[in-house]
Write a new protein. Structure first.
Length: 320
């Protein structure tokens, strides 16, 4: 007999009193292959009536203050595992996603094809939502960055409507406070998790007002910093090595040009400043390359520690 799985629908929320009740109400409670569906709301320091409106949820966890979507997501993942989740579905509280797409999102996990499934707003050209050009441009830029460094072909790297197997959830190592969408993809791809995209129709660009993206430029800068830090942690040799090589190469090329000048006309003046600068660049570049090698060694230790953390989590959250 095929095992029936437990599913927890995770809803991070910040001041979503207008929509959260309807989102909870519309979540399907009977899904083929799922024994029990529970709804978990993580209240990230809301100052309105979000908690009161979320009373139909099976469990509500509240932060004392606003800690950020990334922290709320991490709190929710850990709490969902404590609730015995075999599958965790993360969905926004603003009502932009169709809860009836949840069975479609979890199907690849139930079929054993994927450890994580993410909704794509751009995979099917017929389902692409309307949004300001600057947001489309930003999504495209982040998608290309993530695909380049993960050697993947994602069509949407910003969407928060996702499903995770317990295996993927146990292996997550997240640090960002502001958001989590890009960091999760890099983290799980790096750990060999199978990720699949499912095209879904979004009800609107945002049915409610975004609590995360107050200004597109602020979001872009913060999200880019998260990506840079994540790449620094997961690809330290390439990260520091590339910077070091570029800096050293710049200094070397400059010094070589000055040496040619010295051989031809027997003087460096009036470019002595360039000679000193090139020496500084070569020294700095060499030190960065050494740092890259040291960071690469430390990366091996990080992988061992993450594996140990995974085994501890697996034991802690094992279904009684």
């Amino acid at each position: 007999m095929k095992q029936q799985l437990n599913m927890v629908v995770l809803i991070p929320a910040l001041n979503e009193e207008k929509t959260i009740a309807s989102v909870i109400k519309e979540i399907p409670r009977k899904i083929t292959g799922i024994a029990k569906v529970k709804v978990l709301v993580v209240n990230d320091g809301s100052t309105d009536r979000t908690v009161q409106k979320a009373r139909q949820a099976d469990k509500i966890v509240s932060h004392k203050g606003n800690k950020g979507l990334g922290v709320a997501f991490k709190t929710g993942i850990e709490e969902a595992l404590r609730m015995g989740a075999d599958i965790i579905v993360n969905i926004d509280a603003d009502g932009q996603f169709n809860t009836n797409d949840i069975p479609k999102i979890i199907e690849p996990i139930l079929a054993g094809r994927a450890n994580m499934v993410t909704c794509s707003r751009f995979k099917d050209p017929k389902l692409v939502p309307e949004m300001p050009p600057i947001k489309k441009f930003g999504n495209d830029v982040f998608r290309k960055i993530i695909n380049f460094f993960t050697k993947s072909n994602f069509t949407d790297t910003q969407c928060g409507f996702r499903a995770y197997s317990s295996e993927a959830a146990l292996r997550l190592s997240l640090f960002a406070k502001f958001t989590y969408t890009q960091e999760v993809l890099i983290d799980l791809v790096h750990k060999g998790m199978r990720i699949e995209e499912i095209a879904c129709k979004v009800k609107g660009e945002r049915s409610g007002k975004s609590r995360v993206v107050k200004h597109w430029y602020s979001y872009g800068i913060k999200a880019l910093l998260i990506i840079v830090r994540t790449l620094r942690d997961y690809k330290p040799l390439q990260f520091f090595g590339t910077i070091g090589t570029v800096v050293f190469g710049t200094g070397f090329v400059t010094a070589f040009g000055l040496w040619i000048r010295l051989m031809l006309i027997h003087k460096v003046d009036p470019y002595m400043w360039a000679a000193y600068t090139s020496i500084i660049f070569m020294i700095l570049g060499f030190l960065l390359i050494i740092l890259a090698l040291i960071a690469d060694m430390l990366d091996r230790q990080r992988k061992i520690q993450e594996e140990a953390l995974y085994l501890l989590r697996k034991k802690e959250f094992a279904r009684k």
